[in-house]
Write a protein that binds this ligand. Structure first.
Ligand code: ARG
Length: 458
């Protein structure tokens, strides 16, 4: 009885284990990197005199053949192929015979997977860097073309002070510049050779790790084999940079969704990036922006997931680390669509300056009126109080504050004079803010110049 049951259980467990344990379904994405790493390793073994030159050449030829099979889709996965490393080695050995069994000399999948994953991350960072650059350029171009259009600036989503479009749009540019720096930091973290660490204690063969690093394009070498096989800081850095991109693009999306609503109507998202409703014929929905906002959730989730996995681990390799790859693949795949989509949305975004102008109500100038009194010598706190009274008077008469006459103002405070009219305009308010980083059109033009320099177009 127990044998029958036991046998059945063992068989089922074996299948389940394979399903659970195998990473090939997702780590086959590392096929190229795994082959690059193995070719470098074969050459390293030959350099160290562990393989004959002819043996290394056979391995390299075989590995190139395996690479071709992956790229033309003819690679046949077999049931025993646990992960990309075992799959490639199995196929290599079929192709080149017993010498294939020499490739894994002095190496472990632990330093192998670290190497492959770092190579992948370096390439991913380079692709994202270029995509970020395209988005940054689109933001600058749009900001420059429509630079001087005034609109209300908001705090607490309430009318605050006038700003111009160029300034507003570039407020979404600088966070993405910081994200680009974060992504470059992740790249710099990934840029370290861990091959030669073997399982945990370092390879027992006299491998020239400097030469290996040069072959694979790494600029540094890990100092501690125990740390090297468990170090996934670069992956966490990558996901942090991704999460921040998600967060910043979610914020931009949310604001554009709001600005494109009937109530605001400041912007129009191009038809090519909007969708309709199956029921309501009049609808035009900003789905691209909503999806971008929505996807920020998974970008954040990927970071939290990996950090949570890493948190419980002792140093060196543990199988938990196999969970490191999918969050990065997912973040990368999503950013590879989010970034170009956002670039296209910005490039095709149209503005409705008349809608913005209609919202430039005089209340936005209350601070300028206070500043006017300050320039006449009144302490700011007192000026703030006086303007409060101005607002109250206008409200009591149910007129905008700009409709108060100079005499009305004089009655509230003796420092008001005829020249108050100039201070009391959107243009005057904008032009007053010429400080570096301010919203005055001249200052924003300078900002645009610096933005172009930062992106490398300046
Ligand atoms: N598939 C494994 C991973 O992705 C490769 C390393 C396996 N190492 C081991 N000692 N089982 O992490």
């Amino acid at each position: 009885m127990s044998k029958l049951w036991g046998g059945r259980f063992r068989k089922q467990a074996a299948d389940l284990l394979r399903q659970f344990n195998d990473s090939l379904p997702f780590d086959q994405r590392l096929a190229e990197e795994d082959i690059d790493g193995s070719i470098a390793w074969a050459k390293g073994l030959a350099r160290a005199g562990i393989l004959l030159k002819s043996e290394a050449a056979q391995l390299v030829d075989g590995l190139e053949q395996v690479r071709r099979e992956w790229s033309d889709g003819s690679f046949e996965i077999e049931a025993g192929d646990e992960d990309i490393h075992t799959a490639n080695e199995r196929r290599l050995t079929e192709l080149v015979g017993p010498v294939g069994g020499k490739l894994h000399t002095g190496r472990s999948r632990n330093d192998q997977v670290g190497t492959d994953f770092r190579l992948w991350t370096l390439r991913a960072c380079d692709v994202l860097d270029q995509q970020l650059r395209d988005l940054l350029t689109a933001l600058i171009d749009h900001a420059e073309t429509h630079c001087d259009i005034p609109l209300p600036g908001y705090t607490h989503l309430q009318h605050a002070q006038p700003v111009i479009w160029g300034h507003w749009l570039l407020s979404h540019f600088w966070p993405l510049v910081r994200d680009q720096q974060r992504m470059r930091h992740a790249r710099a973290q990934a840029d370290e050779l861990v091959l030669g660490s073997a399982a945990l204690a370092g390879t027992a063969f006299p491998i020239d790790r400097q030469a290996l690093a040069a072959d694979l394009g790494f600029s540094r070498i890990s100092e501690n084999s125990l740390d090297a096989v468990s170090n996934r800081d670069f992956a966490a850095d990558f996901l942090y940079a991704s999460a921040m991109i998600g967060l910043h693009l979610s914020r931009l999306s949310e604001q554009l969704i709001l600005f494109s609503s009937s109530e605001f109507g400041f912007v129009r998202v191009d038809d090519a990036y909007s969708t309709g409703s199956s029921l309501m014929p009049q609808k035009k929905n900003p789905d691209t922006l909503e999806l971008t906002r929505g996807k920020s959730g998974r970008l954040l989730g990927n970071l939290v997931g990996l950090l949570t996995t890493l948190k419980g681990l002792p140093s060196t390799y543990d199988k938990d680390l196999q969970e490191d790859k999918e969050p990065l693949f997912d973040a990368y795949d999503n950013l590879c669509i989010i970034l170009p989509v956002m670039t296209a949305v910005i490039e095709s975004l149209t503005l409705r300056p008349e809608k913005m102008a209609a919202q430039l109500e005089p209340g936005l100038l209350a601070t300028d009126l206070a500043d006017y009194l300050v320039k006449k010598g009144l302490p700011f706190r007192e000026a703030h109080h006086v303007i409060g009274q101005v607002v109250q008077t206008a409200e009591a008469r149910q007129i905008p504050i700009t409709d108060l006459t100079v005499d009305d103002l004089k009655a509230i405070h003796a420092l008001f004079e005829e020249d108050v009219r100039q201070a009391f305009s959107v243009e005057g308010s904008l032009n007053a803010r010429q400080v570096i980083g301010g919203t005055a059109p001249v200052a924003v033009r300078e900002q645009i110049k610096r933005a172009r320099q930062v992106v490398g177009d300046g």
